[in-house]
Write a protein that binds this ligand. Structure first.
Ligand code: URA
Length: 213
């Protein structure tokens, strides 16, 4: 049965709670919280780290340069970004785009947990080491480092859901680094494409608007 975007199913309440959240000091410097966006019926969840400047200004995830690259990476595997759900571990921008602290992740991650429970994704793509480390931990896996883990498909249980989890480099770090760019593009065209197509299953033809030959 299709999930409906209404107060009863929790999405709207969650967005309101994030909008008024004061659980960590990031609320003092944010312009806008960035809860996430996309299809709340999607079987695919993309999890980045934290909003940057453009995201803070617009309240939307992955809309700056890294977001443009993510949109292209998704397009390269035949997926329109509106067909997945995109969010971050941290919903407010850390000043000067610094790394999120463990305290901020601890304060904010219950929102991500609620998003996972609402969405019930079949595939989760973790972008960047903070996101990957958090999701590996949630799945009971030991995180090592991105060089070793990127592109690997992990069949795991997260919050009672059977999920395929794949970590890859953060699009921002790969943007201006040709070596990493090649790696992230390979991950998308390889294991990420595979788990995304598998997650969409029979819906694929209707949902993957720009599928390439
Ligand atoms: N980087 C992230 O991790 N998330 C965004 O939303 C934008 C940039």
């Amino acid at each position: 049965m299709n999930k409906v975007f209404c107060l009863e199913d929790g999405w709207e309440r969650l967005i309101h709670e994030i909008a008024s959240c004061t659980k960590c000091p990031l609320h003092l410097s944010r312009k806008n919280p960035v809860p996430g966006e996309g299809d709340v019926n999607s079987p695919v969840l993309i999890v980045g780290e934290a909003p940057g400047k453009t995201e803070d200004e617009t309240g939307r995830p992955f809309v700056g340069a890294a977001g443009q690259f993510l949109t292209e990476l998704l397009y390269s595997i035949g997926v329109d970004r509106s067909k997945v759900y995109i969010t971050n571990v941290i919903k407010c921008r850390p000043p000067e785009n610094r790394d999120p602290t463990d305290e901020e992740i601890a304060a904010c991650s219950p929102y991500l947990i609620r998003q996972i429970k609402l969405l019930k994704p079949k595939a989760i793509i973790a972008l960047g080491r903070h996101s990957a480390r958090y999701l590996y931990q949630l799945a009971g896996l030991k995180w090592t480092n991105m060089t070793r883990e990127h592109g690997k498909v992990k069949s795991v249980e997260i919050l009672g859901l059977r999920v395929k989890l794949v970590a890859t480099y953060h699009p921002a770090s790969a943007l201006y680094n040709p070596g990493l760019r090649e790696e992230i593009e390979k991950d998308f065209k390889g294991s990420i494409k595979q788990v995304v197509e598998e997650a969409f299953g029979k819906q694929a033809e209707g949902l993957l608007k720009y599928m390439k030959k």
